[in-house]
Design a protein around this ligand. Structure first.
Ligand code: SF4
Ligand code: SF4
Length: 299
């Protein structure tokens, strides 16, 4: 792999064979219910979720994103890049997926991207001078998975189709690009603040909270979204998720695509200036007090 490319391994911890290929590669694999290793892969999980995975699953359970996240996921920081991520939470005191049943996956129609891809891994690559990413793939060969011994040959392109991955990948592209951009920003930007991690988490994973934020007066005071666009975003989770990626590109990387209200920009500038002055005044007062204590004549 070239140095000027940034790699995104969506399945950390898995033994990915370090050989990458494009989707014309033919692999030998088939998973079926009668196989001796049935459910072995779901008994010990390490599944990262995309924003669209969460959207599908929360819809399935007809629950809020907040409740879904609390019950079925654990937050984590991706690698050393301090990017907020979310994984499936296994059963209490165990390693198996909460959705695993003796018959197989109980959320099969809405199973996450990583489950659909297995045993293929999607690697997103991006040159530092480009914005778009390029997909490439690798094969995960774990000893417990007997699917590799089944005689079926299939290209990665057809495997992706079979597993219904095209819409999943299309709808996660904005999120993957944000991650790649954050990774490639590296130390020049430094460790992101707790606030930017929380913002990334809310926008990407807690879609109902993000919806409340976009619907709030505070948001409209700052951003000048046409009423019709705002309405469309607020009544469609997928539209809202895509808007969220755009919003994060603006907030985190300064790529302005959402108009700011003039008054809000001015108010923000004044607020920041006042805050700066207040901090300076407090620092001066603190320094003066410290000097007074140092020369206290009663000591
Ligand atoms: S979501 Fe389904 S396929 Fe994925 S690990 Fe859980 S049980 Fe297995
Ligand atoms: S063949 Fe592989 S993917 Fe299928 S059940 Fe067995 S371990 Fe899981």
């Amino acid at each position: 792999m070239q140095d000027d490319k940034v790699q995104n391994l969506p399945f950390p911890g898995n033994p990915v064979v370090p050989q990458t290929f494009d989707d014309s590669k033919v692999i030998q694999f088939q998973c079926n219910k009668g196989i001796a290793c049935w459910n072995a892969c779901c008994s010990n999980i390490d599944i990262s979720l995309t924003p669209y995975d969460i959207l599908r699953l929360k819809r399935r359970f007809d629950t809020s994103s907040g409740e879904f996240l609390q019950t079925y996921t654990v937050p984590y920081e991706m690698e050393q890049n301090s990017i907020a991520g979310v994984k499936l939470r296994p059963v209490a005191n165990g390693t198996a997926c909460q959705f695993m049943t003796p018959q197989g996956c109980s959320v099969y129609e809405d199973r996450p991207t990583a489950c659909r891809y297995y045993p293929v891994a999607l690697l997103s690559l991006r040159r530092q001078d480009e914005y778009t990413d390029h997909a490439s793939y690798a094969l995960i060969e774990e000893p417990h998975c007997l699917g590799h011994k089944e005689p079926r040959q299939i290209s990665v392109a057809n495997y992706r189709k079979e597993q219904g991955l095209e819409p999943y990948d299309d709808l996660a592209r904005g999120w993957r690009q944000l991650i790649l951009k954050k990774k490639s920003s590296g130390p020049s930007i430094g460790k992101p603040s707790k606030r930017s991690l929380e913002l990334f988490f809310m926008v990407c994973y807690d879609i109902d909270r993000f919806s409340q934020f976009v619907a709030s007066d505070g948001f409209s005071d700052i951003y000048d979204l046409p009423t019709e666009e705002l309405k469309n975003i607020l009544c469609d989770d997928v539209e809202l998720m895509q808007f969220g990626f755009r919003f994060l590109r603006q907030v985190l990387f300064g790529e302005e695509s959402i108009a700011l209200r003039k008054e809000a920009t001015e108010e923000r500038r004044v607020r920041l200036q006042e805050r700066q002055q207040r901090l300076e005044t407090e620092a001066t007062a603190r320094r003066a007090m410290e000097q007074d204590e140092m020369y206290d004549p009663e000591e």
